[in-house]
Every structure is written in C-alpha cells, then in structure tokens.
Design a protein around this ligand. Sequence first.
Ligand code: PMT
Length: 223
Amino acid sequence: QKERCLEGKKVLITAGPTREKLDPVRYISNFSSGKMGYSLAEAAASLGADVTLISGPVHLHTPVNVRMIQVESAAEMLDETLKHFDNVDIAIMTAAVADYRPIDVASKKLKKKDANLSIQLERTEDILYELGKRKKHQYLVGFAAETDQLEENAKKKLYKKNADCIIANDVLEPGAGFGTDTNVVTLFKRSGEKIPFPKMEKTDLSYRIFEQINKEIREENDE
Ligand code: PMT
C-alpha cells in the first residue's frame, strides 16, 4: 500500500518516553525507544500526509518530511499536543507517557543518606483522555501497552478515553512492545471489530495500521 492515500490529511503522532525530573541529574522514565511512533510518522509522510511528530527523548533520526517537536515531560507533551490537535485529521498517541511524576523536584542533586528514601509521586496528565474529551472531526488512535488481559484492558481504554481505535501490544511477548524492531499488535475498533496482526517489522505494521485507519475514515465519510 504505497499509494499516496493520506494526501491532504494532517496527522499528529506522539512517540517515545517522557522524563519526569526528580532533581537536576535524575528522572523517572520507561523503556520506549520511539521506534513505533517514528515508523508511523515515516509511513504517514510517505503516504502523502502532512505529519507532526511530538517526541520524548530518543536516539532516532527525524524521518524525512516530518515536522518534529521535541519535549521531555508529560506536561510538555500535553501542551504541544493540544496546540496541534484542533487542526489535524488523525491523531495517534504512541508515546509511553509517564503516569506519575515526583511532587517535589529538587533544585540541587539529592544527597545519599544511610536510610531508605521514599519519593512522593503525583499523577500526570492523561493526554489521550484529554484529546478524547476535545475530539470533534478527528480520528483518534490510542495504544495500549499491556502485560495481561490484553483485550479487556484495551477495550476499557477505548471507551474511557473516547478513542476511535486502540492498538494493543502485549509487551511481555517476544518481539513485541518496547525497544524491538518488530511488534505484535491487535487493533480494536469501536464497531467491535478486532484485527490481530502477526509479528512484523514496525515499519511494515505502520502501513497496515494506516490502511485500517483509512478504511475507517472512508466509511465514516460515506455514512
Ligand atoms: O517506542 P517503542 O520502543 O517502539 O515501543 C512502542 C510502545 C510499546 C511504546 C508502543 O507500542 C505502545 O504501546 N505505546 C503506548 C504506551 C503506553 O503508555 O500505554 P498505556 O497503556 O499506558 O497508555 C494507553 C494510551 O494512553 C496510550 O495511547 C498512551 O499514549 C496514552 N497515555 C497514557 C498515559 C498518559 N499519562 N497519557 C497518555 O496519553
């Protein structure tokens, strides 16, 4: 599917992890490499879309013909996402956004003590949930990183966050999830349709995902 089927469409993608600072030298984060989100951005651009990629800190090159916005924290990612959301046709939240951040960020490096250390955390913004509330014409896609009860948890996220579809990966499965070049996902649509994809390169999977999104958008327009 290499035709320019996203010509004229604006696509917003988040990718990578966020970093939540603890002090000037430490942060809380996760293992997202950005590969899934960057592959989606590259595929969207080569299918003719106008692509904005909002990325947490990763070690990947910006795909060609993609507008890149770099952020660190969940709060920054939310701000940038909201700036663009109203004007896009498709938004895909691939980023592994930290769910918690330290309540206090020390201005100087925390010193070691002999006793244990406890850190108080507070919830971060849920970007997908916020977009789900604001959604008008946009086709909104969420991801779900699960370690158990994939289908049940993915469906909960689909409805709670008001997404149009959820792409779920079992991150404990070999060749799936964080850091790998491949992924194994199941796409859950609001219609109840469930599409399992076999293990494949994240680059190839990205085209398959856009094929499904395009089908959905075309069906919506035909109604
Ligand atoms: O980057 P890679 O190494 O290639 O790995 C890919 C991936 C495993 C990160 C990707 O395939 C994936 O599963 N991304 C979603 C990771 C995640 O945070 O899942 P979640 O189930 O916690 O969140 C559900 C959805 O809500 C996601 O779309 C997420 O972007 C969004 N979310 C979550 C928390 C939060 N505070 N704000 C959000 O918007």
